[in-house]
Design a protein around this ligand. Sequence first.
Ligand code: SF4
Length: 273
Amino acid sequence: MKDLLSNGNTNAKTKKNVRPTKILYLHPSKIEGKEMCPFASIGCRMSCLNTAGLGVMQSVQNARIERTKHYVLDKGKFMDKIHKEITSFAKYYERKGMDVAIRLNGTSDQPLVESLVKSYEIPKNVLFYDYTKNPKKAGRRVFDDGTTYTVTFSRSEKDGSDDQSLRVLDKGGMVAIVFDKLPRTWHGYFVVDGDKRDDLMLDIDEPCVIGLLAKGKAKKDTSGFVVKYTGEHMHPKMPTAPQGCRPHGFYSKQTNLLEQYATRNIKESTTMV
Ligand code: SF4
């Protein structure tokens, strides 16, 4: 049987990750009566990763539908296989002293990590991360076995989504927002360039906005999913961030810090091989 997980180099963002990465692509629709993205909006469906890159091919879509049917109809065997694939991938890099990044909701919004952690032993060098449209799931969670799961809330055009985003940020979480041009801050929270790499959220320890530039069909978005740039500091009059709007220099310092994180990880990976 074919692997369920795909290599990180199968999409433009995960292939820039500083850690070896595996990603799971399910089909973001209702399959066999189960909705894979219960919180999806019209705007996010239009600009979903599902139709990016190889996703334009019907054969790829068919494979995702088959994989999703496997998940819905035989979850036990599906999770067994995912666990085996993650374990063998993680063990290989453990011998080289490296962490691995695993994103199970590449094109879905399901409690996959929660199910895995509940029933299986997870190698210590696995770092799970995801995006979600469910604000209650956002944040960094450490399970009883020490496994960490970093989840970024993904803002949409739905009513209340901006308020939900601010609540996630106020609690110390991260929010992904698609812009037509990246501002420096949004409601006082600094915006980092989320297109640099997909596993950036694993290296950030304070609330911030993961800014993404509109691509493909999203460039023509009229739903409000893509936030229109109005200035370097968007909504500065309503800062809810504890730190408020910070001066420009601060942000370049932060950007350097994030670059250092990336460089440090690359260096560690290289020296430990
Ligand atoms: S919730 Fe995520 S995976 Fe699902 S349709 Fe929206 S963007 Fe795609």
